[in-house]
Design a protein. Structure first.
Length: 261
């Protein structure tokens, strides 16, 4: 039996290149866009829930859950879209950014003088943009004509600190973004960062989120503004290139220890 089956639609990413090199034989790749039957393996690592645009991959796993799945199915269902994440944050009383599905730009909250527009399902920073209120309608009309309105609006924030807390089992690694004023500087797409730590007062809330999420590994993106913790996102398929380069940690080995040991 294979050691590990990985759900992936792109084997050329940094994560997949590192994984292939570390695991070698015993690794099998399942592409939910083209493959039909799930290969036999001791464990399944899902790397498609951020970018694959329907639930076929999760439905396939649900039907064939005779093996260990990471992250767990229920965790992936909650955190694969930003809208369901924010509903989860609200239900569990986590402080988070205001948000709104972009269905009618003429009915906007008070905070939308300047907004960040994000795809409901994150793709490593792709599609994220800042728009002035006067430009929002033209953008919305264009997207409506394309038949793609699966986006969220959030307020554009200045004068804040931005962090990413990577977790895997008991391991915690925190990065601080140096250029937090640039919305395009996603942690996974070139945003400059440094190894850091969170103020101790915020650590219990981070641990509460990790526990309630059910995730084995992931990355929590957050803001600190005016001594307040604001959760931005919990990413269950985070990129690791910047994380490894800044921290020096072997993230692939951390994951393998948790999921196939």
């Amino acid at each position: 039996m294979n050691k590990l089956c990985v759900f992936s639609t792109n084997v050329k990413t940094y994560f997949m290149t590192r994984l292939i090199n570390e695991v070698g034989q015993g690794l099998v790749i399942y592409n939910p866009r083209v493959d039909e039957s799930l290969p036999e393996a001791k464990a399944v690592l899902v790397r498609t829930s951020g970018t694959f645009q329907d639930d076929h991959d999760l439905l396939e796993l649900t039907k064939q859950r005779q093996t260990n799945i990471f992250n767990p199915i229920e965790t992936l269902k909650i955190f694969r879209s930003k809208a369901s994440q924010y509903e989860f944050f609200e239900q569990n009383k986590f402080s988070h950014l205001p948000w709104k599905k972009i269905s009618d730009p003429l009915k906007l909250p008070e905070w939308t003088e300047r907004v960040v527009v994000k795809p409901n399902r994150g793709q490593g920073g792709w599609g994220v943009r800042v728009l002035e209120k006067d430009d929002l309608y033209d953008w919305w009309l264009k997207q409506k004509n394309l038949g793609d309105l699966d986006y969220l609006l959030q307020p554009f924030m200045l004068e804040h600190q931005e962090f990413r807390v990577f977790f895997c089992g008991p391991t915690r690694i925190t990065l601080k973004r140096k250029n937090a004023s640039s919305v395009a500087a996603n942690f996974n797409s070139g945003g400059d960062a440094e190894r850091s730590s969170l103020p101790a007062m915020f650590l219990p809330e981070i641990e509460r989120l990790i526990k309630l999420s059910g995730a084995i590994y992931g990355a929590i993106d957050l803001f600190i503004k005016d001594q307040q913790l604001i959760i931005l996102e919990l990413n269950t398929v985070p990129g690791i290139e910047q994380l490894e380069k800044v921290s020096g940690a072997n993230i692939i080995q951390l994951l393998l220890t948790e999921i196939v040991s």
